[in-house]
Design a protein around this ligand. Structure first.
Ligand code: ADP
Ligand code: MG
Ligand code: ZN
Length: 516
């Protein structure tokens, strides 16, 4: 690994002289129950080498069979990306040696991808849209995973020995490759992030993958090149300038890193090119901690993988009817869906962003469908439940699933508050009980004896007692300082062991003090 730090140019300076062009390659691990060409399980995190068989270990004589569910997912992804779907295509062998690839070739697709010539419209932060042209989406299989033991970096250099886990070998992958993306100018890094975010949302809506970047089920390689700037990024003169030499930054595994890695490569290329140097076409590694890329291996366009059609598999030939059936299963476009939900729920842009960041749109939609108000659903999911999920460092949906909290649970809880049985603090206690596995909200409220006191006489008595004991505060309220009533409400709640309806207590206090 190189020990010198690369020179970089300031971003604005880089953009003043150069026009960036990107190409994004995204690998998606499909969420099928079994692997691409055998019946092995695909679950993440199993004991190494327990999910293998002669086919995915590449043992002599083992014969692959295509996973129909994976092909259907590939077609649905292609359709959602507005691609054409091949009526006939083959797999190809991509030959190279690597220890984590037991067959010494990867079964992939080459010049006959299942889907090609598509596009995805991506919304940017300012509300404008950038159209990402898709070159192709093809089917392939994942490799195994090498674990390099003994070095300080986890990379092969400096390691004492390496172990290989073949559980991942043969998991279905779809590789989605964009055309060279030009015209974004200074917004290139933002476009890269927004594209991968939009693709992730789309794949999630299609329910074809769990799209967890941190677990590697969605991985992005970012190609970047610069060419001299001769005009506006979208101008015809600029489009006519030949593309520069690209570098390919591998496996950038968060949305933020994609934006940073593209930006870094732009600044690094710019420093080299302004100094009269030339870019080496190579792969690069992104370092999350230091925010830089380092050199990987040289990579020419002519890398010879000796591709040839896979003789052990029959061609994939979906009928036009089947393709139309699959098209009918496509979900609503995620961006359109976001706009529709926000309008239905009456959330502000900020509120909607919070909901999306928490990955809670689906859960809130179901909670509203189960009878909750949009405000109430958001309040519980993004408030109490999110807070507890964060404490456990779990995504909201995973936490809720673990604890058995469903949209119906939250709707029921909110119903108890709306119906006047519980106040907010009692509802939080009920939630505690639900999370502790004591049952549903009504059952927990019953078992814990949580119930607002309905007896107005008791509430009136408590209000009178508190007013009598707090002359000074009461006088303030009488004089029109209505905020001062808060302190009295607090005391009434205490007086009634938290079982009073705070709204009612407030009304009563204000009426008694002539301030309502
Ligand atoms: P490779 O085998 O090197 O991964 P691919 O065709 O799979 O090649 O992907 C290359 C990616 O880089 C594509 O998204 C392509 O559009 C993009 N690309 C090609 N040439 C350039 C260039 N000069 N600058 C930026 N991106 C490029
Ligand atoms: Mg590639
Ligand atoms: Zn297998």
């Amino acid at each position: 690994m190189s020990t010198t730090t690369d020179e970089v140019l300031g971003y604005d300076e880089a953009l003043a002289s150069f026009d960036p062009v990107m190409g994004l390659e995204v690998h998606v691990e499909l969420g099928t129950a079994t692997k691409m060409f055998c019946g092995c399980a695909t679950g993440f995190g199993a004991e190494p080498n327990t999910q293998t068989c002669p086919v995915c270990l590449g043992l002599p004589g083992a014969l692959p069979v295509v996973n129909e569910a994976a092909v259907e997912s590939a077609i649905r992804i292609g359709l959602a990306l507005n691609c054409e779907i091949a009526s006939w295509c083959r797999f190809a062998r991509k030959n190279y040696f690597y220890p984590d690839m037991p067959k010494n070739f990867q079964t992939s697709q080459y010049d006959e991808p299942i889907a090609f010539e598509g596009h995805l419209d991506v919304e940017l932060d300012d509300g404008s849209t950038y159209r990402v042209e898709i070159e192709r989406a093809h089917m392939e299989e994942d490799t195994g995973k090498s674990l390099h033991v003994g070095g300080s970096t986890g990379r092969i250099h400096g390691a004492d020995y390496s172990l290989v886990d073949f559980n991942r070998a043969g998991i279905p992958l779809i590789e989605i490759v964009t055309k060279p993306l030009a015209g974004a100018g200074e917004r290139a890094p933002e476009v890269a992030r927004a594209y991968v975010a939009a693709l992730r949302d789309l794949l999630r809506a299609l329910d074809v993958s769990d799209v967890k970047m941190e677990q590697g089920s969605l991985r992005c390689d970012a190609n970047v090149s610069l060419r001299p700037k001769v005009g506006e990024p979208t101008s015809a003169e600029q489009a006519n300038v030949p593309l520069g030499t690209r570098t390919e930054t591998k496996n950038v595994n968060s949305l933020r890193s994609i934006e940073r890695a593209v930006r870094y490569e732009i600044c690094r290329h710019a420093a080299i090119l302004s100094g009269g140097g030339s870019i080496l076409q190579e792969t690069r590694h992104w370092h999350e901690d230091t925010g830089v890329t380092t050199s990987g291996r040289p990579k020419s366009d002519a890398d010879d993988y000796r591709y040839f059609p896979e003789p052990d598999l029959v061609p994939v030939a979906p009928t036009a009817e089947r393709i139309e059936e699959l098209r009918a299963t496509l979900p609503e476009d995620p961006a359109a869906r976001r706009r529709r939900l926000q309008a239905d729920w009456g959330y502000s842009d900020l509120e909607m962003r919070d909901v999306l960041n928490a990955g809670a749109a689906g859960i809130i939609e179901e909670t509203v469908a189960a009878g909750a108000s949009a405000g109430g659903a958001k309040k519980w999911w993004l408030g109490e439940i999110s807070r507890r999920a964060n404490e456990q460092a779990q995504p909201l949906a995973d936490y809720a699933a673990d604890k058995g909290v469903t949209p119906a649970t939250v709707a029921e809880l909110e119903g108890l508050v709306k119906g006047g049985r519980l106040n907010d603090s009692m509802a939080r206690q009920v939630l505690d009980g639900v999370l502790a596995g004591e049952g549903g909200p009504t059952a927990v409220a019953d078992a814990r004896g949580l119930q607002l006191v309905r007896d107005d006489g008791a509430l009136e008595a408590a209000v009178d007692k508190v007013i009598a004991a707090n002359d000074a505060i009461a006088q303030k309220v009488r004089d029109g300082k209505v905020q001062a009533a808060g302190a009295l409400i607090g005391q009434v709640m205490k007086e009634m062991n938290g079982q009073a309806d705070a709204g009612k207590a407030r009304e009563l206090i204000l009426a008694r003090l002539g301030a309502s």
